[in-house]
Design a protein around this ligand. Structure first.
Ligand code: NAP
Length: 364
């Protein structure tokens, strides 16, 4: 059996990956070794065929023994460790959720429902580096797969509403801390008028003791219109990823522009996106709906009405679910080649863990 090392299994993406692998009985097909940057020597998770102790994720000696390494640890870890392993002659398969290697020529961005055939070809040709795409990009491509397949997309503008857990476990916990802080301050003043309460909340959020070590700003009762670092183009790095990664996944011959504003919101889990889609030619609503809903097993077209949209197209409805709903699909008043849509998907499942799980099984 192949030796598979897991790094980052304690984090948001890693925990969801573990959950899915247990559900699918994946561990029966490999020998598992668990690595950590902080828990080496502790007890490893109990799964079939696993080594019982956690190994050090910064000790190349143990990592080099693995046939496959799956990392959900983050970009800094990949930047530090991956080149060292390859320099030491490690020839194994590297499967990673971090963005570090995505745009490298020898790395493939993996998204099973959209590019499974290309992944298989890459494995057959001896490809070794398989990297999960950015979460909003992967969810967008699953939702709009049918339109991309038909070359119907001229460009897309995507306005994102990204959940706190997209920034990692510590950030999600910080959002809950922030909510507790505002909730406690509210509970202390239940008899105040609404405007007075609003002012009170702002004082609480401005206080130096408000918990914001990870986000740097209040996210509770707020939205943060910048995710990741600044680029000279004026885009955030998160916004830049949409176009470059989507075109790499789709292997387009002509670049399809995809751009918009990425915003962090106070949802716990699941990323939403409001889309303006410019089609290459006019198409009826029924054609667009049909193409979208038949594209892959996971996309779920939600009828454009109030009741279904509010029931089925929200982070609360989608959390922990494998399907990727898309709704609010309608022609826009901007012209007959413009369509509106809204999609919401679990960024920890198809946005992160599931593509890694699928390619791990393919490699095995
Ligand atoms: P994360 O939750 O911050 O976890 C990363 C590591 O932080 C863990 O493996 C763990 O490593 C350590 N850690 C420290 N405190 C922790 C705590 N309280 N609970 C759990 N782990 C803790 O990171 P992530 O969100 O899973 O992201 C991992 C990679 O996936 C990143 O490159 C990210 O960009 C990418 N990604 C994330 C998402 C998402 O929605 N979160 C989506 C797509 C891609 P040790 O065991 O070594 O201490």
């Amino acid at each position: 059996m192949k030796k598979v090392g897991f790094i980052g299994w304690r984090g948001m993406v890693g925990s969801v990956l573990m959950e899915r692998m247990r559900e699918e009985n994946d561990f029966a097909h490999m020998e598992s070794y668990f690595f950590s940057t902080s828990q080496a020597g502790g007890d490893a998770p109990k799964v079939a065929n696993s080594y019982e102790k956690v190994l050090s994720a910064t000790d190349p000696k143990e990592l080099l023994k693995m046939d496959i390494l799956v990392s959900c640890q983050g970009g800094e870890y990949t930047t530090e460790i991956f080149p060292k392993l390859r320099a030491d002659g490690w020839k194994g398969h590297w499967i990673d959720a971090a963005s570090t290697l995505r745009m490298k020529d020898d790395a493939m961005i993996i998204l099973d429902p959209v590019n499974r055939d290309l992944i298989q070809k890459n494995i057959d040709k001896g490809g070794k580096n398989f990297i999960g795409g950015n979460c909003t990009v992967s969810l967008l491509l699953i939702a709009l797969h049918g339109l991309f397949k038909e070359n119907l997309v001229e460009w897309v503008s995507s306005m994102t509403y990204q959940a706190a857990s997209g920034a990692g476990a510590k950030n999600m916990i910080e959002l809950l801390d922030q909510m507790k802080t505002v909730g406690t301050s509210f509970a202390a003043n239940p008899s105040m008028g609404a405007l007075e309460l609003e002012k009170q909340m702002n004082v609480t959020m401005d206080s130096p003791s408000f918990p914001k070590q990870n986000f740097g700003h209040p996210l509770a009762l707020n939205v943060l219109p910048w995710i990741d670092s600044e680029l000279p183009s004026g885009q955030s790095k998160e916004e830049w990823k949409a176009q470059v990664e989507a075109n790499k996944i789709l292997q387009t011959t002509k670049n399809i522009p995809i751009d918009g504003t990425c915003v962090r919101v106070g949802a716990l889990r699941c990323h939403s996106q409001g889309l303006t889609i410019k089609l290459t030619k006019s198409a009826s609503l029924s054609t667009v709906e049909e193409l979208i809903s038949n594209a892959n097993k996971w996309v779920d077209l939600v009828p454009n009405n109030k009741a279904d949209s509010l029931k089925r197209l929200t982070p609360a409805a989608v959390t922990g679910k494998m399907h990727v709903p898309i709704g609010r699909v309608r022609p826009m008043t901007l012209g007959d080649t413009y369509f509106n849509a809204f999609t919401c998907g679990d960024q920890l499942l198809w946005g992160a863990a599931e593509p890694l799980r699928c390619v791990l099984r393919m490699v095995l």
